[in-house]
Design a protein around this ligand. Structure first.
Ligand code: SAH
Length: 399
């Protein structure tokens, strides 16, 4: 195995179980014969400190993050390693009451760094596992991962879909199409979240097909929705819309710029029998606010896509969040609730909070913070890896 030797003093974060080794921390890389050379992208390497002491092992890749650490112990990364890790992740979801739940059979099984497996996402939809590898090493580990999934789930696993075409590095050595790795008779594309049925389109849909990370925030919206009128913008497949309808909302309007997303929302609304209480608008959210009277809603949801994916566009993202939230707060009726979110990793909770405060100041309205929310427990946050905390939300009342 190649050895990645860190510069003196650059080992502190790895010793604290931060799973990334940045290129700037590396002193040199040696092959098995002790000569300096570059490993193949995606191969397993061991990481040592300046003096050669073992720190961990992980996947090597060119770029600013050069090693994604899989283990901090001296152990073999073989089939039993993978089965152990996937079992551990499954056991946590069992502890969270997600694996045998009559109301919910959609959950995240592997949340990358949060589950100690950087570069890997696995979402579980009522018997189907959708795998997304974000690193070349995880792509090469797929056979082991598939065996591990089968070992852990047994017969109850009906299908495995690989949705990595868009998440593997664009110019890397591996280019693949999305495809089924395994399919058995009778898998279903309909899953349940808090008793609502959702058709999950993992083949064509965004990400792995559904935004599982909003499950608890949808339940919170539900708890306020009885007899209320709700506006759900950036609705995608209508998760928030259904949570409100199922909890007794009198009417929900759903808005998304994508006509395909609106079709999926309509389909899910129909699946649950709420078509007569639902309106849908395939339109840009800002245009919707311009053309419609949003003061009739008791609750408004703003759940835009990540406005910033990189540090260098953070400023524009902040402007975007401010403008969006000011637009909504400006027109909402006194007493109404705003559920507002950001899933941009680079906009942390403090910056998001301050941005929403700036939006409130701009409108001159009185605003109170009722809840500060985040991602659910099946999207665990590695405490040493602040980057795994990405979803932030505020529930506000505007007076
Ligand atoms: N709230 C959703 C997830 C939102 S994902 C859920 O609970 O599942 C973000 C969505 O915003 C995508 O469906 C995308 O099509 C939509 N979108 C992006 N820009 C938009 C805009 N300017 N106006 C309306 N929708 C937009």
């Amino acid at each position: 195995m190649f050895q990645v030797i860190l510069k003196s003093g650059k080992d502190a974060s790895v010793k604290r179980f931060h799973p990334w080794v940045f290129s700037g921390a590396i002193k040199k890389i040696k092959n098995e014969d002790g000569r300096e050379s570059d490993p193949q992208e995606g191969s397993l390497v061991k990481v040592t400190d300046n003096k050669g002491n073992y720190l961990g092992a992980g996947h090597y890749q060119n770029g600013s993050i050069m090693v994604r650490i899989l283990t901090f112990k001296e152990e073999e990364i073989n089939e039993s390693f993978w089965t152990g890790r996937i079992q551990e992740a499954y056991d946590l979801r069992a502890q969270l009451n997600l694996t045998d739940n009559e109301q919910t059979n959609i959950y995240r099984l592997i949340h990358a760094e949060g589950d100690g497996l950087p570069g890997l996402i696995i979402d579980y939809y009522a018997g189907t596992a959708v795998i997304q590898s974000h690193s070349i090493g995880m792509h090469y580990a797929k056979e082991n991962i598939v065996t591990a999934l089968k070992n852990v789930y047994g017969e109850s696993l009906k299908a495995i879909f690989d949705k990595s075409a868009d998440t593997l590095p664009k110019n890397g050595p591996v280019q693949i199409e999305d495809h089924y790795i395994y399919e058995s008779e009778g898998y279903s594309s309909i899953g349940l979240e808090h008793g609502c049925q959702f058709k999950i389109d993992w083949e064509q849909g965004q990400k792995t097909g559904f935004f599982i990370d909003q499950r608890e925030n949808r339940a919170l919206l539900g708890s306020y929705s009885k007899d209320k009128k709700v506006l759900n913008t950036f609705c995608y497949t209508g998760g928030f819309s259904l949570a409100a309808l199922n909890a007794g909302a009198t009417h929900v309007d759903s808005v998304d710029a994508s006509a395909r997303a609106i079709d999926l929302t309509d389909e899910n609304v129909a699946l649950n029998g709420f078509t007569d209480k639902h309106g849908s608008f395939a339109i840009d959210t800002f245009k919707f606010f311009e053309q419609n009277d949003a003061s009739k809603y008791d609750i408004v949801v703003l759940d835009p896509p990540a406005f910033a994916k990189h540090q260098n566009v953070k400023h524009n993202a902040v402007k975007g969040y401010k403008r969006l939230n000011a637009t909504a707060l400006q027109v909402m009726k006194p007493g109404a609730l705003l559920f507002t979110f950001s899933c941009s990793q680079v906009v942390d909770s403090k910056l998001f909070y301050n941005t929403i405060m700036a939006a409130a100041i701009q409108t001159g309205r009185k605003v109170r913070v009722l809840h500060q929310v985040t991602q659910p427990a099946d999207h665990p946050i590695n405490i040493y890896h602040a980057e795994s905390h990405y979803l932030k939300g505020l529930v506000l009342q505007v007076i």
